[in-house]
Design a protein around this ligand. Structure first.
Ligand code: CP3
Length: 341
């Protein structure tokens, strides 16, 4: 039995006394103890060592008191398992020496045996579940196929992902082949994560918003729908599409248990576009955690009043920023926990 099951109840749409709260990227650089481990071990070593991944995953549970844990890992472990050797460079971020640029490159990509290639993730899940001792649920995650393709074609981060878009528009057949291979891998990966013990999964479509609404329906959404169809009987699925408010109506009938929204949409519009029936998650502007604490408290109250306390999971609209004072992150979480209508 889960001791704190608020998050799972909100995913089922049950009525709760107050909404659950967690923060995207909650195990991150704003935590001093995280920085100590970051100084000692490089990024993918932290991901690949189950003891380190476990220690980092439970940090925000013990130190900040969020209602759910999210496994410390990265969306890029999936393309790594497909033999795309991503590195994490200090001042650049994700880096792939030889990005995908042709149909021949796509042909070479294999759908791997994920249990073998990503066994360290499964080990980290088992260790984290045991460490959490059913205190709070554990979220597993993956990037959306489109978002993984963005990094695989671009080779690094970008504001526009024009190379990835160009690949789709000039070589659509190869693009769809690549998206399907990523989708097949992701489905097996998330199913293995559920078997290893995660209580819910979140799909991060961090770059869905660089596509037009029409192109989103061609290059991103159908692949996310395949993942939902394959996973929904096994675990609740949350879809977070950054900048994807235009797709909320379709997402709301997809079989997902909840939809994540960023801070550029009002709670009222998010409810209206999703037809008022599905659990929503979000959407505090991460930079707003730089405000004085009383303002954060007022902002949280206003956000919950407007989304409503039911069918709602309080979160940020995207990952927490490295320069947020710990006290401010703590104030955000406390304000949700102290919510009264
Ligand atoms: O939410 C959590 O606390 C769980 C851990 C998590 C990380 N990455 C750890 C991480 C999650 C859910 C992710 C997902 C992820 N990774 C996404 C989707 C979510 C989003 O933010 O849009 C994306 C696009 C990536 C790829 C990636 N990994 C980027 C763009 C970066 C930033 C590079 C930089 O220089 O800041 C990373 C690195 C990364 N992943 C960090 C963390 C805590 C920071 C670097 C570090 O710790 O060394």
């Amino acid at each position: 039995m889960m001791k704190n099951d608020l998050f799972l109840r909100a995913l089922k749409g049950e009525s709760v006394d107050r909404p659950p709260v967690w923060m995207m990227r909650q195990a991150g650089r704003y935590l001093p103890d995280f920085m100590k481990l970051k100084a000692k071990y490089d990024f993918f070593t932290r991901c690949r060592t189950p003891e380190l991944a476990t220690e980092i995953t439970v940090m925000p549970i013990h130190q900040i008191g969020t209602d759910a844990a999210i496994l410390f890992s990265d969306i890029l472990v999936v393309p790594q398992a497909m033999d795309l050797p991503f590195e994490m460079k200090a001042d650049i971020g994700p880096w792939l020496q030889k990005p995908i640029s042709s149909a021949a490159d796509v042909n070479k990509i294999r759908v791997p045996n994920v249990e073998e290639k990503l066994d360290y993730v499964m080990e980290a899940i088992k260790m984290t579940k045991s460490e959490l001792d059913n205190e709070v649920p554990l979220i597993g995650f993956a990037g959306s196929p489109w978002t993984i393709m963005c990094y695989s074609v671009e080779g690094h981060g970008s504001k526009t992902f024009n190379k990835a878009k160009g690949f789709c528009f000039s070589q659509p057949e190869a693009a769809h082949q690549l998206l399907q291979k990523i989708t097949d891998t992701t489905i097996m990966y998330l199913k293995a994560k559920v078997r290893s013990g995660v209580d819910a999964v979140q799909i991060f479509d961090s770059w869905g918003g660089v596509l037009s609404p029409a192109d989103y329906q061609v290059f991103s959404w159908p692949y996310i729908q395949q993942i939902i169809d394959a996973l929904k009987e096994e675990a609740p699925v949350i879809v977070f599409g950054k900048g994807c408010w235009f797709a909320l109506e379709e997402m709301a009938t997809s079989g997902a248990s909840a939809l994540g929204v960023d801070w550029t949409i009002t709670p009222e519009n998010a409810r209206a576009f999703s037809n008022r029936n599905i659990t929503l998650q979000g959407n505090f502007d991460p930079s707003r955690l730089l405000s004085p604490i009383p303002e954060i408290e007022r902002g949280v109250k206003d956000m919950i009043d407007r989304f409503g306390k039911d069918k709602y999971i309080a979160n940020l609209g995207h990952g927490i920023l490295p320069n947020i004072p710990v006290e401010n992150a703590q104030a955000f979480v406390n304000a949700v926990k102290n919510y009264k209508s």
